[in-house]
Design a binder for this molecule. Structure first.
Ligand SMILES: CC(C)(COP(=O)(O)OP(=O)(O)OC[C@H]1O[C@@H](n2cnc3c(N)ncnc32)[C@H](O)[C@@H]1OP(=O)(O)O)[C@@H](O)C(=O)NCCC(=O)NCCS
Length: 194
């Protein structure tokens, strides 16, 4: 069952914002395209989220990290599921809307669904929610080596503002990236309408 848009404090409209997308088979050929929609994650989604996290190693979160997000009123834990069964998760994002800023904590798109603009739309969703909540900026940390993610964020107007040395457990540095919501941005995140 799909949850309504107000669950977990979300205020975006319930209409699917992903058109039919051409999913790719393992062989790289287009499969029958599922229609996908975002909804708040539930406890039932956790096993599939953990499989996805293990597969794509987005942020190295454990089960307790994901479950903890359900306890935070400012956290938005969103999954993209197929409209037909609402059971297959193509991607997820975890972001916070705090008083002054939004923070993106984790994002992943499953491998067959990469390169279809889903990551971009989930970032836009988070940015839009942060702007609606009155945030002045959106902030995130990303591994210095994670070029796809860095380019995804830069494409949405984020800029690298500092480097956190030895940020990750393997000693890798992180870039802090920030999107300023007070400046007139070419993407005009406040105008994104779901
Ligand atoms: C990063 C990630 C979420 C991107 O998802 P996606 O749905 O494939 O991204 P999109 O299709 O929306 O692509 C948007 C932009 O991201 C960048 N991008 C995406 N994949 C890329 C790649 N393999 N190489 C370089 N840039 C890439 C491009 O700038 C792209 O814009 P373009 O299509 O106009 O060139 C996905 O690769 C992923 O899940 N990675 C593993 C998890 C992870 O690293 N998460 C981030 C850290 S928390």
């Amino acid at each position: 069952m799909k949850l309504g848009p107000t669950a977990m404090g979300l205020r975006f409209s319930p209409e699917p914002f992903f058109d039919r997308v051409p999913a790719m088979s393992e062989a790289g050929t287009p499969e029958k395209a599922p229609s996908l929609s975002p909804r708040p994650a539930t406890e039932d989604d956790i096993p599939q989220i953990l499989e996805l996290e293990a597969r794509v190693q987005s942020a190295g979160w454990r089960e307790d990290h994901f479950r903890a997000e359900f306890q935070k009123g400012y956290s938005h834990f969103i999954v993209l599921t197929d409209d037909e069964t609402d059971s297959k998760i193509a991607g997820f994002i975890v972001f916070w809307t705090l008083q002054d800023e939004g923070q993106i904590l984790n994002i992943a798109v499953d491998i067959p669904f990469r390169g279809l603009g889903l990551g971009k739309k989930m970032i836009q969703l988070a940015v839009n929610q942060a702007a609606k909540a009155g945030g002045n900026r959106v902030i995130l940390d990303v591994r210095k080596s994670n070029l796809p993610a860095i380019q995804l964020y830069q494409g949405q107007g984020f800029i690298i503002t500092r480097t956190h040395r030895n940020f990750y457990s393997n000693g890798e540095d992180a870039y802090q990236m920030v999107l300023d919501l007070t400046q007139k941005d070419p993407l005009d995140p406040r105008s994104i309408d779901f």
